[in-house]
Design a protein around this ligand. Structure first.
Ligand SMILES: *[C@@H]1O[C@H](CO)[C@@H](O)[C@H](O)[C@H]1NC(C)=O
Ligand SMILES: *[C@@H]1O[C@H](CO)[C@@H](O)[C@H](O)[C@H]1NC(C)=O
Ligand SMILES: *[C@@H]1O[C@H](CO)[C@@H](O)[C@H](O)[C@H]1NC(C)=O
Ligand SMILES: *[C@@H]1O[C@H](CO)[C@@H](O)[C@H](O)[C@H]1NC(C)=O
Ligand SMILES: *[C@@H]1O[C@H](CO)[C@@H](O)[C@H](O)[C@H]1NC(C)=O
Ligand SMILES: *[C@@H]1O[C@H](CO)[C@@H](O)[C@H](O)[C@H]1NC(C)=O
Ligand SMILES: *[C@@H]1O[C@H](CO)[C@@H](O)[C@H](O)[C@H]1NC(C)=O
Ligand SMILES: *[C@@H]1O[C@H](CO)[C@@H](O)[C@H](O)[C@H]1NC(C)=O
Ligand SMILES: *[C@@H]1O[C@H](CO)[C@@H](O)[C@H](O)[C@H]1NC(C)=O
Ligand SMILES: *[C@@H]1O[C@H](CO)[C@@H](O)[C@H](O)[C@H]1NC(C)=O
Ligand SMILES: *[C@@H]1O[C@H](CO)[C@@H](O)[C@H](O)[C@H]1NC(C)=O
Ligand SMILES: *[C@@H]1O[C@H](CO)[C@@H](O)[C@H](O)[C@H]1NC(C)=O
Length: 846
């Protein structure tokens, strides 16, 4: 067995969670998959502190010498030792890597057309593809320079194949290859688009190629300085006016990483240097610092902007704007109010195209003219090309056009590199840190305390301070310690093991940010869903608490209810009863389940709306769900809709406040644009998300579909355009055609349109939405009543609806359980036997 991994300095992780200490999680990342190959070399080559190993040292290597030639070169002509040798392929050839840990991997390729008597490598044209993506297409090295390429590929099977294809009847070659895993949290599925400013998701399916990575105001960093082997270059040559800036730096040890940002996000030496507005040579104090990057306008780009306020002397003394091209990306950015301290890293992700009519991408920061502080800063910037709809990062050909006979190229495989990485598994992921969101201001809110400060789940009866501040009105805090309220049944870990067949992967129903969901069966035969949190995750502890606390206090026919939980051995396990018909989304698209009728869809929407209406108004304090989407609306045996997943919920504003100021959480595609801009949460944010759900139900397509033409990607924008033209019937699910009463559809469309209003104040309350949907159902019923025989069930459904609960419940806190006293509404029995869980993929209990 041969170790190919980077020898990472062994870590004893400091994952002690000190109360109120924010920079508590440090660990050196240790990649599970780490292949560093010096192609064609006969010896190890050390480059930037990393050891690249020849293919020949792999016992599991399958090698057909006929397909490749080794070329080596005098070290005097090569720019770096890594380019000394090359493997030249006269035919298509592949490297197949065993992958231990699926997810994003760095794929790094080193090319240098070494002088060779047999083949002139400067006249070759090289194509490189993975199983799914085209990395390089027909690329020529005619200028004789070396080239380094870095890609971030999400590997979703247990092998990754890199195929080198010669074109032009010539040869292909490569000097060195790296395939290294990276933390899943590094690149999430979502980012913001600009103009219009809207959330974009679907990134996890796409491949990235690094085009620029800058250590702004700092020196060149390479694999020796970065735990993920990245290179960060100085930004000077991209500055539009380089005399306008001044370098700022502090000692790297002063950088305080908050929860969710780690040295893997960017090393502290990136955050410890920055540029700010210089004041020496400029006539105006108000100008932008602008970086200009040549890019290929045929692609979209992922842009990550790193900030860390190392220039301010005190809090709230720096407010500036961030622009991408000429679009405002973040206005009035006040870093210290987001991070609640100075010298705390923060980053934001965007997706953008090149600026209109040019082959450049521009990023600028400049002072906010609304403020009297005129300075601006930036610490780091990453720009990555995003694969296009043909899954290519270079040109307009798909992998299939290079490898027409899929998988039949086995006989042409030149080299197979076996897996030798098992040994690392035991030390990897010590102290893995969460960063599940794009906007990492999770450390604190304006209410002033870190969210994640609890030393242990049950060790303290303290409430989270920011929450208790908002809970005074009701007299009893709505967030009391778990031990003092009735949380349903407490399961032993043994019981959970029995129910889930020791967390049998075959019973896995889904995986989400919180952890895994398994199908289980209790001793009495009840089907349940067992949600098991990642151990040791602070984010998880917080969401676990929230979910238990929310669920145990809320009882409603259209809300999830919990059977119990298990917290033995620092496990975080929630047990729900199984919802046999699974998530609403699986009945809309992506599966072959039978389509829902219009009436069913209306009833489901009405059910979900009732659940949300109850959340907003039924409890003594309004509760905002924050993650309303079609996968969080689950259906029971009778297709009764129940709202699930309270992990992100927050209590709403107290009476004297109009909003809750908070880190942006939720799912892109459903996110209220106002919430995203202002980070101010109101119940109208849920109404917006519900509007997206309504459109999804009607059109049976995902909220965001990045594969579609740009103007159709976002369902909210796209459907609104058709709704405004009064032509919603053109885009509705074709399976509904002929079975929808036009007045009912009109009412539905108007309701969705109101929900999707740009500003929260223009959106209806959930109660109004409910009323309108019921009206739409009645219109449909009346129409079908006139045509066919009456349907008693649905008539009952209508008359059963009560819209008068709002005020009563608001005053007496009806529906809240206090001190273990199960005060429930009249749906309690129903609710107790229903249960919901999030991230359900396959319906269970079948
Ligand atoms: C090359 O590096 C590998 C891994 O670092 C090591 O096991 C091997 O002994 C080295 N070989 C030589 C010839 O130095
Ligand atoms: C390498 O360099 C030495 C002396 O610098 C020279 O004699 C030799 O021919 C070179 N070899 C190749 C392959 O260029
Ligand atoms: C293709 O090969 C010919 C000679 O075989 C060479 O002249 C030409 O430059 C090559 N084209 C490319 C793109 O490398
Ligand atoms: C590669 O480039 C050569 C010369 O530019 C061209 O003739 C050939 O068609 C290209 N091949 C592909 C697959 O694009
Ligand atoms: C040669 O081409 C590569 C790839 O396009 C480029 O990165 C490099 O800067 C070029 N070198 C020169 C000297 O033009
Ligand atoms: C990789 O892709 C899979 C399947 O699309 C997805 O579940 C996973 O979250 C992705 N991982 C990352 C790190 O994007
Ligand atoms: C800022 O620092 C970088 C790296 O140390 C250096 O290359 C650059 O010249 C400096 N710029 C100014 C304006 O001093
Ligand atoms: C990068 O690492 C090298 C080698 O360890 C070291 O000499 C250099 O000072 C480091 N640079 C920075 C900016 O930390
Ligand atoms: C600014 O850019 C010009 C041209 O790129 C360069 O000559 C000059 O040295 C740069 N100034 C600084 C301070 O780096
Ligand atoms: C911005 O801040 C830097 C660092 O504190 C300072 O050197 C510079 O003069 C400031 N620029 C302006 C325009 O105030
Ligand atoms: C963009 O694509 C067009 C063909 O659609 C091509 O002509 C053009 O060269 C491409 N632009 C760049 C910068 O590669
Ligand atoms: C900064 O750049 C933005 C975007 O291009 C522009 O709208 C704004 O006017 C600029 N500000 C100044 C002071 O030039």
């Amino acid at each position: 067995m041969l170790m190919m991994m980077k020898l990472v300095k062994l870590v004893t992780s400091v994952m002690v969670v000190f109360p109120l200490l924010v920079n508590a999680s440090f660990s050196l990342y240790n990649p599970l998959d780490s292949y560093l190959i010096a192609c064609g070399s006969s010896q190890n080559i050390t480059f930037q502190g990393q050891t690249f190993v020849p293919e020949s040292q792999h016992s599991s290597l399958v090698f057909q010498p006929g397909n490749s030639i080794v070329a080596t070169s005098n070290s005097s002509v090569v720019p770096f030792p890594i380019y000394q040798s090359a493997r030249i392929f006269t035919q298509k050839a592949s490297y197949t890597f065993q992958i231990e840990q699926q997810g994003r991997h760095w794929v790094r390729l080193y090319f240098f057309p070494v002088p060779n008597p047999t083949h002139d490598l400067t006249s070759t044209a090289v194509t490189v593809v993975t199983d799914d993506f085209v990395l390089l297409s027909n690329f020529s090295f005619s200028n004789g320079s070396s080239m380094f390429k870095e890609y971030a590929i999400n590997v979703t099977s247990d092998t990754l194949t890199l195929t080198f294809i010669p074109s032009n009847g010539s040869v292909a070659f490569v000097n060195a290859i790296e395939v290294v895993s990276m933390p899943d949290e590094l690149f999430v599925d979502q980012a913001m688009t600009l103009n219009p400013s809207a959330p974009f998701s679907g990134l996890s399916e796409l491949a990235f190629e690094t085009v620029y990575r800058l250590n702004i105001g700092g020196s060149l960093l390479n694999a020796e300085n970065d735990t993920l082997g990245r290179t960060w270059e100085n930004d000077m040559k991209y500055l539009y006016v380089n005399s306008s800036v001044t370098n700022v730096s502090v000692s790297p040890s002063t950088i305080k990483y908050p929860a969710g940002v780690t040295p893997e996000t960017a090393p502290n030496s990136v955050y410890a240097t920055a540029e700010a507005m210089g004041d020496a040579n400029v006539a105006y104090s108000n100008f932008n610092i602008t970086w200009v990057f040549p890019v290929d306008p045929n692609f979209s780009y992922f842009i990550r902007v790193h900030f860390c306020d190392i220039i301010s002397k005190s809090m709230n003394s720096l407010v500036f704007n961030l622009f991408i091209n000429t679009d405002i990306a973040h206005g009035g950015l006040d870093l210290s109010s987001i991070t609640n301290d100075l010298a705390v890293p923060y980053y934001q992700d965007f997706v953008s195209n090149a600026s209109a009519d040019s082959n450049t991408l521009m990023v600028s920061v400049g002072p906010d003219t609304m403020e009297d502080i005129t300075n601006a800063t930036m610490n780091g910037l990453e720009i990555m090309k995003i694969s296009n709809s043909l899954k290519s990062l270079d040109g307009f050909s798909s992998v299939r056009s290079f490898l027409p006979s899929s998988q039949s190229n086995k006989n042409k495989v030149g080299i197979i590199v076996g897996s030798v990485v098992g040994a690392v598994a035991s030390i990897a992921f010590v102290g893995l840190c969460y960063c599940c969101l794009v906007l990492h201001n999770s450390k604190s809110t304006e209410q002033g305390r870190p969210l994640l400060s609890l030393p242990s789940l049950y060790g303290s009866s303290h409430t989270m301070s920011w929450m208790s501040k908002t809970s005074h009105r009701s007299g009893t805090s709505s967030f009391i310690s778990l031990s003092s309220i009735n949380l349903g049944r407490v399961f032993t870990f043994q019981e959970i093991l029995g129910a889930s067949n020791k967390f049998d992967e075959r019973l896995l129903l889904g995986v989400g940010g919180f952890g895994k969901v398994y199908k289980g069966t209790l001793e009495d035969g009840t089907n349940v869903a067992v949600k098991r949190g990642h151990p040791g995750s602070e984010q998880g502890i917080y969401e676990f608490r929230t979910e238990i606390e929310m669920l145990s206090k809320l009882r409603h026919r259209h809300l999830v209810s919990l059977i119990g939980y298990c917290d033995e051995r620092s496990e975080m396990i929630l047990v729900y009863e199984c919802m046999s018909n699974g998530p609403l989304r699986s009945h809309l698209y992506g599966t072959d389940l039978p389509p829902l009728s219009w009436k069913q869809r209306l009833e489901i929407c009405i059910g979900a709306a009732r659940g949300l209406h109850y959340l907003h108004t039924g409890a003594s304090q309004s509760i905002i769900h924050r993650d309303v989407k079609t996968t969080n609306i689950l259906l029971d045996d009778n297709f009764v809709a129940k709202v699930a997943d309270f992990g992100l919920s927050k209590t709403g504003p107290a009476l004297d406040q109009t909003h809750v100021s908070t880190a942006v959480k939720g799912s892109f595609g459903y996110l209220d644009p106002e919430y995203f801009r202002m980070q101010q949460l109101t119940d109208k944010s849920d109404v917006y998300s519900f509007g997206v759900v309504l459109m999804e139900v009607l059109c049976t397509r995902p909220a965001l579909n990045p594969v579609l033409p740009r103007d159709q990607v976002n369902i909210a924008e796209w459907a609104m355009r058709w709704q405004k033209k009064g032509m919603l019937d053109q885009i509705m699910d074709q399976k509904l055609t002929g079975n929808v009463n036009s007045a009912s559809l009109k009412k539905f469309g108007e309701t969705a349109e109101k929900c999707l209003a740009e500003y929260g104040v223009d959106r209806p309350s959930m109660g109004d939405v409910l009323w309108n949907l019921e009206y739409a159902l009645r219109l449909q019923e009346t129409a079908s009543l006139a045509l066919t025989e009456p349907d008693n069930n649905s008539v009952n459904q209508i008359t059963g609806i009560q819209l008068t609960t709002t005020l009563q419940n608001f005053d007496n806190g009806l529906g809240m359980i206090d001190g273990g006293n199960s005060a429930t509404d009249d749906d309690a029995e129903d609710a107790a036997t229903s249960a919901v869980f999030s991230q359900l993929v396959n319906p269970c209990g079948r």
